[in-house]
Design a protein around this ligand. Structure first.
Ligand code: 3PG
Length: 221
């Protein structure tokens, strides 16, 4: 267990900032601000920009500089170097699909919150050993979904999750209803098709609909 973390935005606060975290794959830097603005217009502030495109770090930097009201973070942060580059680009948090001990250690030494990904109890226990208590659960649907996360809550009641992978408007409330789920990630608000068509108003519509859809469940918690 370590308590060396010097994170500016603690995961607890991050997870409380919005029930739905859009997972973004952005190829062109010029699309960054229109996409972020379309999400902000629906009150979706926490944005995960995945490091799956060559321009991802520049996208993060662009959003962080131009839109301070957005809480932009990096996704697909799979190692120490990507964590450092994300932080240097202005990311306010980093999310990883899985974990390695070196990444957990780097997260503890860094200045932005790291949300490591897990899909097994043993990985979770490694994360807990390094002082983590907020995790991504990935790939959520393929790894047992709602039932798995609910079961994990038995032995690990203080751990909070942001499940991602196969989540959409039809099943998001099943996840958000769980005590140990604070928010859910998903790519459905900003699909490749929407980005290709530059249909920014559709992003605002999907995000507004999604927020309205989860409102009752979130309020009831
Ligand atoms: C992720 O990186 O978290 C997932 O690719 C998002 O999963 P989804 O595309 O099924 O929403």
């Amino acid at each position: 267990m370590t308590d060396l973390k010097n994170w500016q935005l603690p995961p607890k606060d991050l997870f409380a900032m919005g029930p739905i975290v859009p997972v973004l794959v952005i190829e062109n830097v010029e699309d960054a601000l229109p996409i972020a603005e379309a999400l902000l217009a629906a009150d979706v502030r926490v944005l995960e920009v995945t490091l799956r495109t060559p321009s991802a770090l520049e996208v993060i930097e662009t959003i962080a500089k131009a839109l301070p009201e957005a809480v932009v973070g990096a996704g697909t942060v799979t190692n120490r170097e990507l964590l450092k580059r994300s932080s240097d680009a202005g990311a306010k948090f980093a999310i990883s699909p899985g974990l390695t001990k070196d990444l957990l250690k780097a997260g503890n030494e860094g200045d932005i919150a790291l949300i490591p990904g897990i899909s097994s109890i043993s990985e979770l226990m490694d994360g807990i050993d390094y002082g983590y208590d907020h995790f991504k659960f990935f790939p959520a649907e393929a790894s047992g979904g709602v039932k798995a996360i609910q079961s994990i809550g038995g032995p690990f009641p203080n751990i909070k999750f942001c499940p991602t992978g196969g989540i959409n408007i039809n099943n998001v409330n099943n996840y958000l209803a769980l005590k140990n789920v604070a928010c859910c990630g998903g790519s459905w608000l900003v699909s490749d098709k929407i980005v290709k068509e530059k249909d920014w108003t559709q992003i605002t519509k999907l995000a507004t609909d999604a927020i309205a859809h989860v409102q009752d469940i979130v309020t009831a918690k």
